[in-house]
Design a binder for this molecule. Structure first.
Ligand code: FES
Length: 98
C-alpha cells in the first residue's frame, strides 16, 4: 500500500516540500532548511509559533497544554506551536516566532 504524502508550503521562503503523512514539523524544517526556530521542542517556549494559512484541519489536534499556552499568548485560532503537531495533509505555514 502506498504511503500517503502531504505537501508543506512555507510562505516565508516560497518553498514547498513533500513529506510522508504523519511527519512532525521539526523534521520537515531540518530536512528542507526552512527558517523556523525551535527552542524547547516541548511546547513551553513559543519560539516555534506559526500561523497556519491553509490546511489547519490537516494537522494533528492540539493538546490541552498547547491550547492553554496559545491562549496565554492571545494567539489567533489558526496559530499553532510548530513542535507540537504532525502533518497529515497539505498545509501552508507562515512563521511568527515568539
Ligand atoms: S520549540 Fe518551544 S514551544 Fe515549540
Amino acid at each position: 500500500m502506498k504511503q500517503q504524502r502531504a505537501r508543506v508550503f512555507f510562505l516565508l521562503e516560497d518553498l514547498e516540500v513533500e513529506v510522508p503523512a504523519g511527519t512532525r514539523l521539526p523534521e520537515v524544517v531540518e530536512a528542507s532548511g526552512a527558517d523556523i526556530t525551535f527552542g524547547c521542542k516541548s511546547g513551553t517556549c513559543g519560539t516555534c509559533r506559526v500561523r497556519v494559512v491553509e490546511g489547519i484541519e490537516n494537522l494533528s489536534q492540539p493538546t490541552p497544554e498547547e491550547r492553554d499556552f496559545l491562549a496565554a499568548l492571545s494567539a489567533r485560532p489558526n496559530e499553532r506551536l510548530g513542535c507540537q503537531f504532525c502533518i497529515q495533509g497539505d498545509v501552508s505555514i507562515d512563521y511568527i516566532g515568539s
